[in-house]
Design a protein around this ligand. Structure first.
Ligand code: TXA
Ligand code: MG
Length: 313
């Protein structure tokens, strides 16, 4: 079955599909998510199948309002503070799960915590509210490939494998959400909310994950967001056989932000990686990327670039 292409006018249809256990890709402010009813085990299993995702990798549950979030997870003081400051928005909280709510354990992959967020894009919140249930949604791309920031990107990877895609244009933030665990306080993934802003809010340093922790941040597989072409990082002057992704004054075939603006660079990152990869493949070249300052959103951009450049097996 070809994938239905829906717009904001069809939101009721999209909500009915979700209620019926079908998969619907939808735009959030970060990236497009591949949504399923988080309380329906068959629907959640279908996400893993459509993406070819390793089943030990748990999913983020998306809610329309804080009340729904509090029914699903146990909010401590830090969670309340972060949610009050940044929800709706690009941050995910990892909190103890309330088993009685009935979230499928395929969502949590058997952990006793759950990743939960309230997205800011109005289309996503309207959809979740109409479906009136929490929606599990990883990024709407085949596992290990570049995350989608347009409906066309979703179709490029998953056409025919999901019921529908809701088209809401390009994603504003362009990078996945920041993932914060509150106990112990840990940054599990840099993302759309810079860690400096969280540290300012909470008044303390937030450590990253230690390498011996393994599965607690199972999404942190080294190779991820992989383009087809090899990618070299921190490049000021590309070689002749490289397609160059510039930033600021370091120019190239593409430039993430000529003004050197990290917010603009984040918005354009994944779409640019796709275009550059296509050009590199057509011309038998490899990829190179300019250095990006490692502060603010630059931390998340560098994280994604490092994964895109990581050796694969
Ligand atoms: O911006 C986003 O977060 C997007 C949009 C669609 O909301 N979603 C997204 O989902 O990036 P995904 O599945 O690609 O990444 C989810 C991450 C994975 O790294 C996963 O391991 C982690 O969340 N995760 C989920 N549940 C967890 C838990 N209980 N403890 C630790 N990490 C968890
Ligand atoms: Mg992903």
């Amino acid at each position: 079955m070809p994938t239905l292409q829906l717009t904001g006018a069809d939101i009721e249809k999209a909500a009915l599909l979700l209620q019926g256990g079908d998969l619907v890709a939808f735009p959030t402010e970060t990236v497009y998510g591949l949504g399923a009813d988080a309380t329906n085990p068959e629907a959640v299993a279908a996400i893993y199948a459509a993406k070819g995702r390793p089943s030990f990798n748990p999913l983020i549950v998306h809610v329309a309002d804080i009340e729904m979030a509090r029914e699903i997870a146990v909010f401590d003081d830090i969670a309340e503070q972060v949610a009050a400051a940044f929800w709706p928005g690009p941050i995910t909280l990892v909190l103890p799960v309330r088993l009685e709510f009935g979230i499928s354990d395929l969502v949590t992959a058997g952990l006793d915590t759950i990743a939960i967020r309230m997205p800011a894009a109005p289309l996503s919140r309207n959809l979740i509210a109409r479906a009136s249930r929490p929606i599990a949604a990883p990024s709407a791309n085949p596992s290990g490939t570049i995350s989608p920031t347009t409906a066309q990107h979703v179709l490029d990877g998953l056409n025919g494998r999901i019921a529908a895609v809701l088209d809401g244009g390009s994603c504003e933030v362009g990078l996945e959400s920041t993932i914060l665990r509150t106990t112990p306080l840990t940054l599990l993934r840099p993302g759309g909310v810079p860690v400096e802003e969280l540290e300012a809010l909470l008044g303390e340093d937030i450590p990253g994950v230690t390498s011996d922790e393994g599965i607690s941040a199972p999404g942190q597989l080294a190779s991820h967001y992989a383009p087809n072409s090899r990618l070299r990082l921190g490049v000021e002057a590309p070689r002749a056989a490289e397609v160059m992704i510039g930033f600021g004054p370091v120019n190239g075939h593409f430039n993430l932000s000529e003004q050197g603006d990290l917010t603009e660079a984040a918005t354009h990152l994944f779409a640019t990686l796709r275009k550059a990869d296509l050009l590199a493949q057509n011309e038998g070249k490899t990829l190179a990327a300019a250095p990006i300052p490692d502060k603010g959103l630059g931390v998340a951009i560098n994280d994604r670039l490092a994964r895109a450049a990581a050796p694969r097996d």
